[in-house]
Design a binder for this molecule. Sequence first.
Ligand SMILES: Cc1cc2nc3c(=O)[nH]c(=O)nc-3n(C[C@H](O)[C@H](O)[C@H](O)COP(=O)(O)O)c2cc1C
Length: 196
Amino acid sequence: MKIDPDTYERSLYRTMTGAVVPRPVGWISTTSEDGVDNLAPYSFFNVVTVQPPILMFAPANTADGPKDTARNAVETGEFVVNVVTEPLAEAMNETSATLPPDESEFDHAGLERAPSEKVTPPRVAAAEITFECELYDHVEVGASTMVLGEIVLAHVDDALTTDEGNLDVERVDAVGRLAGNWYARTSDRFRLERPD
Ligand SMILES: Cc1cc2nc3c(=O)[nH]c(=O)nc-3n(C[C@H](O)[C@H](O)[C@H](O)COP(=O)(O)O)c2cc1C
């Protein structure tokens, strides 16, 4: 099978999201200009550069414009990335419900907030790793808004770190998104030594 986007009658969404797997999930908290705390998962999410420390996520726009998360991040210049570990997967999924802008997904999913120190949006209290971010830039890419944020404070549960202070790969049970409603665990791991 070959797919030429110029002649393909369907969207490449299922092909792209089925092939680029597993995708990490950025669970993004923002606070609207009206003071409503928003929380939503985004799997079009990744590290961009570490110097400075920049993360990105890219919500698809709706017919009415950017999704609440993109709009809030761009308008307020702040957001928090919460890492989704396995015990949080169901709550994360709950927060993908489409709610009116005046209703908080934190309350909808029964999630406790933890205050951030350098930005206004709260963190998910139960998340073991969270990144407080300030907006670095945003770029309109086709029908999506790519939001770039600089980490201004990282919170890491001490139970996840090695004696050297690094994140221990064996203790971070993050989940990744596959196609559709499928997810993967990161608990099935193997090592490869890199060649010189
Ligand atoms: C695991 C997961 C990953 C998702 N990733 C994306 C994504 O990358 N881009 C997107 O536009 N929507 C994505 N969604 C859907 C949004 O979370 C959903 O549209 C949500 O209601 C947006 O909330 P907001 O309008 O408050 O930002 C994802 C949903 C789930 C469950």
